[in-house]
Design a protein around this ligand. Structure first.
Ligand SMILES: NC(=O)C1=CN([C@@H]2O[C@H](COP(=O)(O)OP(=O)(O)OC[C@H]3O[C@@H](n4cnc5c(N)ncnc54)[C@H](OP(=O)(O)O)[C@@H]3O)[C@@H](O)[C@H]2O)[C@@H](O)CC1
Ligand SMILES: Nc1ncnc2c1ncn2[C@@H]1O[C@H](COP(=O)(O)OP(=O)(O)O)[C@@H](O)[C@H]1O
Ligand SMILES: [K+]
Length: 502
C-alpha cells in the first residue's frame, strides 16, 4: 500500500533526461514508447472487435503512433493511421517509424475517416505530446474535435493533444482521453487544472529509463509513503497533553460555523485539546454536538498552544486584523486560511514579519486568494499553478497548498507535490475550513510542517473520494461528512503501517 511517490517532470526535465539516454541505445526510445503503449492498449481492446484509428501528428508523438500502429498490424489487427502533415519535416525517428509502418504493409490516409458501421475499437491520439508550443487550430483542431466525438475508448500517447504539459491548460482544444499512457515519468499537466478531465486514467511507462537517477526530481505525485514516518502507534503511557493543544481563530458574526467546522476536524483528527476563539460577541459558548470543544472569545485564548490556525470565518474587521498580527508573532506552527490570507495580502508590512518567522507557516489559499497574495489575479495563478505556488512559498517562506483540482503543495526549498485525491463534490462551502482543521490537528500532534500539509491535503481528498464511492457525493457532499471519514482513513493507515512493520 505504501508505494513510493512518483516523480513529476516538466518538459525541460524530460528533455534533459532524454538527452542523457545513449543516442544509439537499442531499441530506440520511440520503439520502446510505441510498444509499451500498444501493450497498454491491448487491455482497452478486450472484447472490442473492429478497426483501430490512430491519428498521427507532425513530430515524434506521431512517430510513437506509427510504431503502435505497426505493432497492431503485425498482430493481425485492422489499423487505420491518419496523417496529413509534411513528411519532409518529420524528425528522423518519426520518419523511420512511418517508413517501418509502410514496410509492414500499412499506408496512412490523409483525412480523418468516418467511423465504420460498428464504430472504432479504439481511438488513439498521437498528434502532439510534449512538443506542443501553441494553441491548436485549423485541421489539427478539427481532427481533435472529431476524435472527441467517437464512441470508443480514447487513448492518448504521452499527453492528450492540446493540453499544455507543464500547466494542464487547454491550448485551443484538447483531446479528451479515457486513458493516457505517458512516457518516462508523470508531467504536471496530466495532474492539475484541466489535466485530470482530459487525461482520464494515467499509466506511466518508464521505458527502462531511470529518470530519477539522471535528474533528481523536484516534483512528486502525493502518496501516503510521503508521510508514512508519522504513522506510528501512540505510546500506551500517554495523556492528552501528548497530542497537543490547538486553537482555531475566526468566527466573526454570521461565520461561526466555519471556525466550528475547523475545530471539529481538529478534534476528530486526534488533537488533545481544541480551543475555538470566536470574534462574534454573540457566539455560542458551547458546541452541543461537540461539547469537547472549548469555545472562547477570540482574545481570551491561551497563547501557548502547540499549533494555531487563523482564518475560518475570520472576516476582515479591525479586530480580525489585530488578531492576525498577534498570531503571526507567536512562535508556534501557524496555518493561515481564508480571510487571514486576504488580510495578509493587503498588508506588506505583515508579510515581511511573516516571512521572518522562525516557526513554520502554512498557507492554504484557493486560486483567488493566491492571486491577491501575489498581487496578480486568479487567471494568472491558474495559468501556471505550480509556478504560482512555488513563488508564494518562496516569497513568504511558507509551506503552501494551492487548492483546487490537483492541489499543488509547494515548499520553501523548491520541492513541490501534486495531490490526486478529491473531486468536484468538494466544491462546497466549508470544505476549506475542514482542511484547515485536519492540518492543524496533525501539526499539534507533532507532524513536521511539510508532512502535515501533504498528509492533510491527501487525507481530505481521500475521505471525499471514499464518501463518493458510497454514494455520499459528489452531489450534495457536505464538509461535515468529510471529517468522520477522514478520521477512519487515518486510523486505517495507522493500522496498515503497524501491520507493515510498525
Ligand atoms: N522525450 C522523450 O524522451 C520521448 C519522446 N517521445 C515522443 O516524442 C514526443 C515529443 O516529440 P516532439 O518534440 O517531436 O514533439 P511533438 O509533441 O510530437 O510535437 C512537435 C511537432 O508539433 C509541431 N507543433 C507544436 N505545436 C503545434 C501546434 N499548436 N500546431 C501545429 N503544430 C504544432 C511542431 O512544429 P513546430 O512547432 O516546429 O512548428 C513539431 O512538428 C513526446 O511527447 C513523446 O510522444 C517518445 O518517442 C520517446 C521518449
Ligand atoms: N474540483 C475539485 N477537485 C478536487 N478538489 C476540490 C475541487 N473543488 C474543490 N476542491 C477542494 O475543496 C476544498 C475547497 O476549499 P475552499 O475553496 O477554501 O472552500 P471553502 O472556502 O468553501 O471552505 C479545497 O481543499 C479544494 O482543493
Ligand atoms: K498525444
Amino acid at each position: 500500500m505504501f508505494l513510493p511517490a512518483q516523480p513529476i517532470y516538466p518538459v525541460a526535465g524530460i528533455r534533459e533526461i532524454e538527452a542523457r539516454v545513449m543516442p544509439g541505445a537499442k531499441p530506440s526510445l520511440m520503439e520502446r514508447a510505441g510498444r509499451a503503449a500498444a501493450e497498454d492498449a491491448v487491455r482497452l481492446l478486450i472484447d472490442r472487435p473492429g478497426p483501430i484509428l490512430v491519428a498521427c501528428g507532425p513530430g515524434n508523438n506521431g512517430g510513437d503512433g506509427f510504431v503502435l500502429a505497426r505493432h497492431f498490424r503485425q498482430a493481425g489487427r485492422e489499423v487505420v493511421a491518419a496523417y496529413a502533415d509534411d513528411p519532409a519535416r518529420m524528425p528522423p525517428d518519426a520518419a523511420k517509424a512511418l517508413a517501418d509502418f509502410r514496410a509492414s504493409g500499412g499506408e496512412p490516409v490523409s483525412s480523418l475517416p468516418a467511423a465504420p458501421a460498428g464504430g472504432w475499437a479504439l481511438v488513439v491520439d498521437a498528434l502532439f505530446g510534449i512538443g506542443l508550443t501553441r494553441p491548436l487550430e485549423g485541421r489539427h483542431a478539427e481532427w481533435i474535435g472529431a476524435l472527441n466525438q467517437q464512441n470508443a475508448p480514447r487513448f492518448a500517447l504521452d499527453m492528450p493533444s492540446g493540453l499544455d504539459t507543464d500547466t494542464g491548460r487547454v491550448l485551443g482544444i484538447a483531446f479528451r482521453a479515457t486513458h493516457t499512457t505517458t512516457f518516462i515519468a508523470l508531467k504536471p499537466g496530466l495532474l492539475t487544472l484541466d489535466g485530470p478531465d482530459h487525461a482520464g486514467e494515467v499509466s506511466v511507462q518508464r521505458l527502462d529509463v531511470d529518470a530519477a537517477g539522471w535528474l533528481p526530481p523536484l516534483g512528486h505525485a502525493v502518496r501516503p509513503s510521503l508521510f508514512r514516518p508519522q504513522l506510528t502507534p501512540r505510546a500506551r503511557n500517554s495523556h492528552k497533553g501528548s497530542y497537543g493543544d490547538t486553537a482555531i481563530l475566526g468566527g466573526a458574526p454570521g461565520m461561526c460555523g466555519a471556525a466550528l467546522l475547523a475545530a471539529r476536524a481538529a478534534l476528530w483528527l486526534g488533537t488533545g485539546r481544541v480551543y475555538a476563539g470566536l470574534l462574534d460577541p454573540r457566539a455560542p459558548t458551547v458546541d452541543v454536538s461537540n461539547p469537547e470543544l472549548m469555545l472562547r472569545p477570540a482574545d481570551e485564548l491561551p497563547e501557548q498552544v502547540s499549533a494555531l490556525a487563523i482564518g475560518p470565518g475570520l472576516g476582515r474587521s479591525d479586530a480580525a486584523a489585530a488578531l492576525l498580527a498577534r498570531s503571526v508573532c507567536l512562535d508556534r506552527p501557524l496555518v493561515l486560511d481564508a480571510d487571514a490570507l486576504n488580510l495578509l495580502a493587503a498588508d506588506p508590512a505583515l508579510q515581511r514579519v511573516l516571512a521572518a518567522r522562525a516557526a513554520p507557516t502554512l498557507l492554504t489559499p484557493h486560486p483567488a486568494e493566491a492571486g491577491r497574495l501575489l498581487a496578480s489575479d486568479t487567471a494568472a495563478v491558474q495559468a501556471d499553478r505550480v509556478a504560482a505556488a512555488l513563488e508564494l512559498s518562496a516569497r513568504l517562506r511558507a509551506e503552501v497548498v494551492l487548492k483546487g483540482c490537483g492541489s499543488v503543495i509547494a515548499c520553501s526549498d523548491g520541492r513541490w507535490y501534486i495531490n490526486g485525491t478529491g473531486h468536484p463534490g468538494m466544491a462546497s462551502a466549508g470544505m476549506g475550513d475542514v482542511l484547515t482543521g485536519l492540518l492543524v490537528a496533525l501539526l499539534a500532534q507533532g507532524w513536521p510542517a511539510e508532512r502535515a500539509l501533504i498528509g492533510a491535503v491527501h487525507l481530505h481528498g481521500a475521505a471525499a473520494d471514499r464518501l463518493s464511492r458510497e454514494g455520499i457525493g459528489p452531489v450534495g457532499l457536505t464538509a461535515s461528512e468529510v471529517i468522520g471519514t477522514a478520521r477512519g482513513l487515518l486510523n486505517g493507515w495507522l493500522l496498515e503501517a503497524q501491520r507493515n512493520g510498525g
